[in-house]
Every structure is written in structure tokens, then in C-alpha cells.
Design a protein around this ligand. Structure first.
Ligand SMILES: NC(=[NH2+])NCCC[C@H](N)C(=O)O
Length: 340
């Protein structure tokens, strides 16, 4: 039915080896259920598909990590952050789990969990890439939200809205137990960050994106290419968006020759395709557009790691299965599955 990827990986020494980390963590936000996503994705057959159809050699401890022993009993708010010590301890542990796979030149796939876990995954791959290749990694963040709130300006205090602020050092904290463990080797340069799919960006975040010249393709950008190119062509919307965004993207990506960590929040998809998520926002990507982004990123040959986050199977009874299926599809596309 399918076959392994034909794309040559530019940065992995063992591109067919897949390190998988299953992170059942929900402490970056307040809704229960997101911790069940890794098990739901695995039960839906994701790892089997990667192994059997795409011929990956899976390295997984067959455990969903809930990090119970890392979560402190007492965790009062700090600088407007909720559960700061828990998120810090879990992401610190996760960072070394991801690093251990990435340092061997394996691809690392992390199944979340809420998006706060990206503090762990991206810091772990970033450190390994610096050590292995002596270069900085780029991050493609596909999401309805920018998740770059500095704690004081966050409207919710939920850390899943802040990971990119800590990872770029726009937010800093000296306390070791509250992200003070993040070192230079873990950090992402703001000029190596690209957003896709944004449509719910807080006021303070908009200011940060502007001030730091952070590249972002919002849903407006995706719509614009469709509308501009539609009248002059016989194609329907999607292929045109594909053509235009692809060409925009190709140059962006070749300019961005660094290794890429793809952090995909399922809420980048429209709730029509992925309703079972904690902070859904209407007007998002179709499933095909999401898959297409993943396919393009795979085709660069630069991809070294992927996170899939914010699937929450308990929020919707009917929509949960659909959201899980969409999540599986995104991961397969990023790992080289093709339609033909
Ligand atoms: N990963 C997510 N779903 N993030 C949603 C963040 C929502 C809002 N911007 C906040 O900071 O609270």
C-alpha cells in the first residue's frame, strides 16, 4: 500500500530509526484529557503504520510517561504562571529523553500532551543538533496560536501559551526549578522560527512577533493566495494554495537550510477536522492543507524531529476519533507517506 520515504535525509545519521516519546502530560493548561492522547494515537495504530507501511525501526520504551514522580505536591503560581514547577520538571526530564535519541542521529517523534511539552522536545533536539552538527536548528510551529506569551502578559497563565517565549529567551527565569535549567545550547534563535496557521494571537504576542521580525504565515496568508490566484486559473482553491504556498515555501526552506524541528499543534487544523482539542479556533487549515505542510517539510530532507500535541480525546465524543485520525495522518505525512 505504501512504501518507505524516497527522500534523502540531510542531517540524520539513522533516518530509518525513529525514537518515540509518549508524553501524557496536561499541566500546561487546565483541561483534563490531553494526557490520554499518546495512548489513543498508539491504539489507533500510528506506530504500527510507521513500522509496517513506512518501514521505520521504532525505538520506544513502550511506556506513556506521566512523570508522576516529577510533579511537586506544592506548586503555587509564579509570575502569573500556573503549575510552573511541574511543567519545568517534566520538560527538563523530557528534554533529556529527546536528546538521548537525537544525539544518535535518530528522528525523534514526540506524542503529547499539551504544547508546553515543546520546551522539552525542542531544547532536547536543539542541544543534540548543536553537538552533532555544530549548527542551530530551525523550528516550524504549525498552530492556531503563537504560544510565545511572556508570563506577565499571558491572558490565561497557562504555560502551553508560553513555550516559544522560554525557548527563544524572550522570557527568562533564573530559578532552576522554573525553567532556569534552560541553557544556551537549548535555545532557538528568533530568526530560526517560522509560524504557519496563526489566527488567535494575543496582543502582546503580536507586538513580539513584529518587534523581533519573526516570520509568520497566518491563515490570512493562506487565504490570500487562494483568492488572488483563483480567478486566473481553472483549478479549485486547494491546488492553487498549494502551488503558491509551495513556491513561497520552497525559497523560505532553501534559505532555511538548517535542520528542522516541526512542532504541530492539532488545533492548527479547523475544528471541522480536529474538534477534540482544548483551545479550538474556527477558520483553520483543512486536513489536506495540514498534511500538505507536513509532506513539504518532509520533502526538504531537513526534518529531524516532530511533535504532535493538543489532541484531547475526552472533549468530544464523536469528534475524538476524527481528531485522532487527523493526528495520525499528519505524522505519517511528515514521515514520508505519499498519496501515490
Ligand atoms: N497550545 C495552545 N493550545 N495554546 C493556546 C494558548 C491560548 C492563549 N494565547 C494563552 O496564552 O492562553
Amino acid at each position: 500500500m505504501t512504501q518507505p520515504s524516497t527522500i534523502t535525509s540531510r542531517f540524520l545519521s539513522h533516518p530509518q530509526q525513529l525514537g518515540v516519546v509518549a508524553v501524557g502530560f496536561n499541566g500546561g493548561q487546565m483541561k483534563k484529557g490531553v494526557e490520554a492522547a499518546p495512548m489513543a494515537l498508539i491504539e489507533a495504530g500510528l506506530l504500527t503504520q510507521l513500522q509496517e507501511d513506512l518501514e521505520y525501526e521504532i525505538h520506544h520504551d513502550n511506556t506513556v510517561h506521566y512523570y508522576e514522580n516529577d510533579i511537586p505536591a506544592e506548586d503555587p503560581d509564579h509570575r502569573n504562571m500556573k503549575k510552573p514547577r511541574a511543567v519545568s520538571a517534566v520538560t527538563e526530564r523530557l528534554s533529556s529523553q529527546v536528546y538521548n535519541y537525537a544525539k544518535d542521529g535518530k528522528f525523534v517523534l514526540t506524542l503529547g500532551g499539551d504544547h508546553s511539552i515543546a520546551i522539552g522536545t525542542i531544547s532536547g533536539t536543539g542541544k543534540a543538533i548543536r553537538e552533532r552538527l555544530g549548527r542551530e536548528m530551525a523550528v516550524i510551529w504549525v498552530d492556531a496560536h503563537a504560544d510565545i506569551n511572556v508570563p506577565e502578559m499571558s491572558p490565561s497563565g497557562n504555560i502551553h501559551g508560553m513555550p516559544m517565549a522560554f525557548l527563544t529567551r524572550l522570557a527568562r527565569e533564573e530559578r532552576r526549578d522554573i525553567f532556569g535549567w534552560l541553557q544556551d545550547e537549548h535555545i532557538v534563535n528568533t530568526n530560526k522560527l517560522v509560524y504557519i496557521g496563526l489566527r488567535d494571537v494575543d496582543r502582546g504576542e503580536k507586538k513580539l512577533l513584529r518587534e523581533h521580525g519573526i516570520k509568520a504565515f497566518s491563515m490570512h496568508d493562506i487565504d490570500r493566495y487562494v483568492i488572488f490566484y483563483l480567478p486566473s486559473s481553472g483549478y479549485t482553491g486547494l491546488p492553487i494554495m498549494v502551488l503558491v504556498v509551495l513556491s513561497r515555501w520552497r525559497s523560505l526552506i532553501s534559505a532555511m537550510t538548517p535542520p528542522i524541528h516541526l512542532s504541530f499543534d492539532v488545533d492548527a487544523l479547523d475544528p471541522q477536522w480536529a474538534p477534540s482539542t482544548g483551545t479550538p479556533v474556527r477558520g483553520g487549515l483543512t486536513l489536506r492543507e495540514g498534511d500538505f505542510i507536513c509532506e513539504c517539510v518532509h520533502q526538504t530532507g531537513n526534518l529531524v524531529a516532530m511533535d504532535l500535541v493538543e489532541v484531547n480525546p475526552s472533549l468530544e465524543s464523536v469528534g475524538a476519533a476524527e481528531t485522532i485520525r487527523a493526528g495520525c495522518s499528519l505524522v505519517r505525512s511528515a514521515l514520508g507517506d505519499t498519496l501515490l
